[in-house]
Ligand binder design. Structure first.
Ligand SMILES: [Fe+2]
Length: 240
């Protein structure tokens, strides 16, 4: 049996990532997956990226927030988001990232795949077809069937919707570990998943664990960043 740690949508919330790391001993896993969105909306992008940089056996991809940060750093204009409070978070991140961490982000792909035993596994931020597609578990069955049709992957791991789920449609396993660091469902705890791969079957376990939310809020306040984010982390809900 191989054990794979599934993480995603950390959004620079290092206290949440650290709490997971302390609970489950990440180096014991055969692989550590990150479905992207390392950055933006909390103040620990460097610590978050370094957590992955110092580890072996990681498979990490970029999310939409990371891609936007790289665009800003390349001197491009930030068209979206339009809301000022969101833009502040993007520009704060691009100004505070350390060169080695920028280089690491630049080295990452937008999707990845790997094989464990008989299972071919794809890793996407949105979906196999579109890195910006938010695939919620409530999406019509027909959408899952389209993504299952001719899929070269028996397992599709995704992020971006921030909703943890595991669905099997037409024999294809769709897994979203939820968001480590930016919850949308009124539960402020960190979300992650463990994928166990046996010779002929797989199993998925989802977890929610508490972390030091107040540490995130204190640093947002220290940096004089928009107060709406402090509120969001406290209630575990999207407010903008
Ligand atoms: Fe995200």
């Amino acid at each position: 049996m191989k054990k794979i740690l599934l993480l995603g949508d950390i959004h620079a919330n290092y206290p949440a990532l650290k709490a997971i790391g302390q609970l489950i001993k990440p180096d014991r896993f055969d692989r550590i997956i990150n479905t992207g969105d390392f950055t933006v909306y909390s103040t620990f992008p460097n610590e978050t990226i370094q957590w992955f940089r110092k580890r072996k056996k990681t498979i990490c991809i970029l999310g939409n927030t990371d891609r936007k940060i790289l665009r800003i750093l390349n001197g491009k204009k930030l068209k979206k988001p339009k809301k000022e409070e969101k833009r502040v978070m993007y520009f704060w991140t691009s100004e505070n990232l350390l060169p080695k961490n920028i280089a690491y982000l630049k080295s990452l792909p937008e999707k990845a795949d790997f094989t464990v035993g008989r299972f071919r596994i794809g890793v996407f931020h949105g979906t196999l077809e579109d890195p910006d597609e938010e695939l919620f578990p409530s999406a019509p069955e027909s959408r899952f069937r389209q993504l299952a049709k001719d899929s070269p992957y028996q397992v599709q791991i995704m992020g971006h919707s921030h909703v943890p789920y595991y669905k099997v449609v037409d024999g294809i396993h769709f897994i979203n570990p939820g968001s480590v660091g930016r919850m949308f469902d009124s539960d402020p705890r960190a979300s992650f998943a463990i994928l166990k791969i046996f010779s002929k079957k797989i199993a998925v376990e989802h977890y929610r664990i508490p972390y030091a939310v107040e540490a995130v809020i204190a640093d947002l306040n220290n940096q004089k960043l928009p107060v709406i984010y402090a509120k969001m982390f406290r209630v575990g809900k999207k407010l903008n």
